[in-house]
Ligand binder design. Structure first.
Ligand SMILES: Cc1ncc(COP(=O)(O)O)c(C=O)c1O
Length: 402
């Protein structure tokens, strides 16, 4: 069931969408927004800095960028090889994404925070997450005084358990958001679409009123048409989060994208800081979403995937390194570090992490404390040269012992 009035917080429902004089007039002598028309006091300007008119507020709506993002996701979904294609409705045009389905935020971390602020009453309503998962859900819940419930993944497959999630929602209507990370972090495992559909289909028939948020930060490392973003008009309880930080290689601009129904999207856009997307970020994102740049992005993801296979294979031959316990659906792998008895070991993993960073200047991430990740390091796939150095250093540090 989807009823926005019982999903959103009442104070959010009554917010008026942000409007400014610039929505109606963009040209002329602009004295409407208390900007400094003298311009910044830089002693020198690059051509680009001049063009950006940094003394002016950025466009709060970003329709050209939203159009590009929708065009990209729609075209991927309609590709003959697309995995999601059979799920798109018959009236393709009515179902696919438009800018009304998009909210841009300061990273997808900003999107996570926005969703919690819009849909969970502090101290009353809750969020459900499926560990091992991305720790920022926990932080955002804590900041917003929203209780976080957990329903672990199947710890052998790192897939969700739909029956368990559905029963948690039946038992506790105060859960308003479910975060499903696909591909997962630190699991690098894409959640099977049919498992997510089991949850969505059940929710559509239940009296539970909330949103199933699929966090697709790493989706471009998966086969074409893996994103569920194109289904938000068909399945109203579905929300999809994406980011420019991974496949687009633009972590520095802090840009996240939330796809949801026009109703949900309107609330998110009304709640967020209207000028949260700065001109530098908008400029870089427009460059990154031209047809040529998108083709290059996909080709780079493919290269990273090839490197990931090589690194994973090489890891399996290094004495002291155990299994890659995660999947192969993201730009990182999750590997075990073993003790002398061949058992995954947190102390060994932490020491290896520390030695690599301090003695070899190679920094990976220790993840041993995460559920079912004992002894694990999460290793991001780098360039071929970086990967060779990582493997050499890892092997020699392990050989030297510690
Ligand atoms: C699963 C997941 N979601 C969201 C994010 C946050 O991305 P952003 O850089 O857009 O805030 C990350 C970052 O590592 C992530 O792993």
């Amino acid at each position: 069931m989807f009823d926005i009035t019982s999903i959103a917080r009442p104070n959010i429902l009554t917010l008026e969408p942000y409007r400014c004089a610039r929505d109606d007039f963009q040209e002329g002598i602009l004295l409407d927004a208390n900007e400094n028309t003298y311009g910044p006091s830089f002693t020198e300007f690059s051509v680009r800095e001049k063009e950006l008119e940094l003394n002016r507020y950025p466009d709060p709506h970003q329709i050209p960028l939203k159009k590009r993002l929708c065009g990209f996701r729609n075209s991927e979904a309609c590709n003959p090889q697309s995995i999601i294609k059979p799920e798109i409705g018959r009236d393709v045009k009515a179902e696919l994404l438009t800018p009304a389905n998009v909210c841009l935020s300061v990273g997808s971390d900003g999107g996570i925070d926005l969703l919690i602020r819009c849909f969970c009453k502090p101290g009353v309503e809750k969020v459900l997450v499926c560990p091992p998962t991305y720790p920022m859900y926990d932080t955002c819940c804590a900041v917003n005084d929203v209780e976080m419930m957990v329903e672990p993944l199947d710890l052998n497959t790192f897939q969700i358990k739909p029956d368990r999630i559905i029963s948690r929602l039946k038992d506790d209507p105060s859960i308003k958001l479910v975060f499903i990370t696909s591909p997962g972090n630190p699991t690098a495992t894409m959640i099977k679409h049919d498992l997510i559909f089991q949850v969505i289909d059940a929710v559509e028939k239940m009296s539970w009123n909330g949103l199933i948020v699929v966090d697709e930060a790493y989706i471009d490392f998966c086969p074409i048409g893996s994103s569920m973003s194109v289904l938000v008009n068909k399945h109203k309880n579905l929300v999809v989060l994406q980011t420019f930080s991974k496949s687009f290689a633009l972590a520095g601009i802090r840009l996240g994208v939330t796809y949801s129904t026009a109703e949900v999207s309107m609330l998110l856009n009304t709640t967020r800081d209207p000028y949260c997307l700065n001109k530098g970020a908008s400029h870089a994102a427009m460059k990154a979403t031209s047809k040529k740049a998108l083709d290059l992005m996909k080709a780079t993801c493919q290269k990273i995937n090839e490197q990931r296979s090589l690194v994973s294979k090489a890891f399996s031959k290094i004495p002291g390194i155990g299994k890659n316990i995660g999947g192969e659906d993201a730009n990182f792998i999750l590997v075990q570090v073993l003790n002398k008895d061949g058992v995954p070991d947190n102390k060994m993993a932490y020491q290896l992490y520390w030695k690599l960073a301090t003695e070899r200047k190679v920094v990976v991430r220790y993840r041993g404390e995460e559920l079912a990740c004992t002894g694990c390091l999460r290793v991001t796939i780098g360039t071929p040269e970086e990967n060779v150095k990582l493997l050499e250093d890892l092997e020699s540090v392990l050989r030297e012992g510690f």
